[in-house]
Write a protein that binds this ligand. Structure first.
Ligand SMILES: [Zn+2]
Length: 450
């Protein structure tokens, strides 16, 4: 490996920790669902001069320019070719997911009860820590498919931006074993309270109609055809502790990585071809039109590298950094972790290993990332799952398998993964950002030969 011949230019990583975290909090509040995350990223890229591409049209790509493409409103791929790059240059890719475990509202949304309240009917999306969804001020957000008054079929994001529902716990007096053994029955216990019952039904579409009118003043909605709506916690992200050492917020898994990827791609001085993927449906296995098991990334790369032998050569010398949050050691449950040095909050991003390739990392694919950390002065840690527990996975192995590209799985250490409110160190996201900026701007991609 060669040391970086050209030090990183000064404007890079100019964003200090305070500004970075402030903007990260704004991002988190703007992105209650994957649809909002995708449109937030697209808007920011467009403002930075990136051009939108649609999959139904032919693409004309100019070198040195930035582009982005969305699929199904919930996944986005953005890329920018470096000024000195050409068709043969390696691709420096990063991938993350933009969905989070949640409660999704069913098509028949309202349940009338004989107890003077109307409730929401929800399904469990992914694997949330369900106990954390009780006694929270739940907002409602997602996308709505509609016909406008000209007969045009449209899809719009929607966010009520205020508490709309709540799932109250059962009082301790009525559940004496609540602190010992508390089983949550998904079909029975998870109906959020929506409103006091009235003689007239309050159809969900009426609520959506009104909200669309508020959000889109020039929109004339004729008919709402359907929706993909989720409940989310309306509590704002916060810095925690006398020294603000921790961040507590919803959806840190994996909006941390989406935000880092966006900010890094907006840096100047990109060298090779750089690409960001934010993928929907990771929490439910990635098999969907927009998920990483689908063909979104492959078809985009096939358009950029239509010659298959050339594409194979380029992928062979490219790198995919799969970014997804990792488990930090929980001080109250340290025995649940592996016995080796355990990932700590505020001690830098974690490189994740699994011998069964639930993470795509190998010693070879981890090496470039270690070099990037060393050169930016960012510490890195490693994570291996306790042998007695089932290891999670990421989109990393999917990318490695489908593209034949060297892939490393990394992520910021965090606590309470899949809680409605997760915790991470307040310095870790910024450290990850620094290493990814360096990845995109280093004069050469550090890669081992075959
Ligand atoms: Zn994740």
């Amino acid at each position: 490996m060669l040391p970086d011949a050209h030090p990183v230019p000064k404007p890079m990583r100019a964003m200090d920790l305070f500004t970075f975290n402030q903007q990260f909090f704004d991002f988190l509040e703007s992105c209650p669902t994957p649809f909002h995350t995708t449109s937030f990223i697209a808007k920011n890229l467009q403002e930075a001069g990136f051009t939108e591409l649609t999959e139904s049209e032919d693409w004309q790509i100019s070198s040195g320019s930035g582009y982005y493409c969305c699929r199904d409103n919930g996944s986005i791929i953005a890329f920018k070719s470096g000024l000195e790059s050409n068709m043969d240059s390696p691709w420096r890719m990063i991938g993350s997911h933009c969905d989070s475990p949640a409660l999704q509202i069913k098509p028949n949304a309202i349940k009338k009860t004989s107890h003077a309240v109307d409730q929401l009917c929800v399904e469990v999306y992914g694997g949330p820590l369900l106990g954390t969804w009780f006694d929270r001020d739940l907002g409602i957000a997602g996308r709505v498919t509609l016909l406008d008054d000209t007969g045009q079929l449209l899809v719009h994001t929607i966010d009520f931006k205020r508490p709309m529902a709540i799932i109250p716990s059962l009082a301790i007096h009525l559940d004496k074993t609540a602190n010992k053994d508390h089983t949550i029955e998904k079909q029975k216990h998870l109906y959020p309270l929506l409103c006091q019952s009235h003689d007239n039904n309050l159809p969900i579409k009426e609520l959506l109609f009104r909200q669309l009118e508020d959000q889109y003043t020039s929109l004339a909605t004729k008919k709402i055809l359907g929706y993909d709506l989720f409940c989310y916690d309306t509590q704002k992200p916060a810095l925690i502790g006398p020294n603000s050492d921790f961040i507590a917020a919803g959806r840190l898994d994996n909006l941390v990585s989406c935000y880092v990827g966006l900010k890094a791609l907006l840096e100047d001085y990109l060298v090779d071809n750089c690409l960001l993927l934010c993928s929907n449906h990771e929490e439910i296995g990635s098999s969907s039109v927009a998920g990483a098991q689908g063909n979104f990334l492959q078809t985009v790369l096939a358009r950029l590298l239509p010659d298959v032998p050339l594409k194979n050569r380029v992928m062979n010398k490219s790198l995919f950094i799969s970014m997804d949050n990792s488990h930090a050691v929980h001080p109250n449950f340290a025995e649940r972790h592996d016995t080796q040095p355990l990932p700590l909050l505020n001690h830098g991003p974690v490189i994740k290993y699994n011998s069964n390739q639930r993470y795509a990392t190998t010693s070879r694919s981890a090496a470039p990332y270690q070099i990037l950390c060393d050169e930016t002065g960012v510490p890195h840690q490693s994570f291996v799952m306790n042998n007695d527990m089932r290891c999670g996975s990421t989109i990393g192995p999917i990318a490695a398998t489908s593209l034949g590209v060297q892939t490393v799985d990394i992520g910021v250490p965090s606590l309470a993964m899949h809680s409605i409110r997760e915790t991470t160190g307040s310095s870790d996201p910024h450290m990850l950002y620094q290493t990814i900026c360096h990845y995109f701007t280093r004069s050469q991609l550090p890669q081992a030969g075959n």
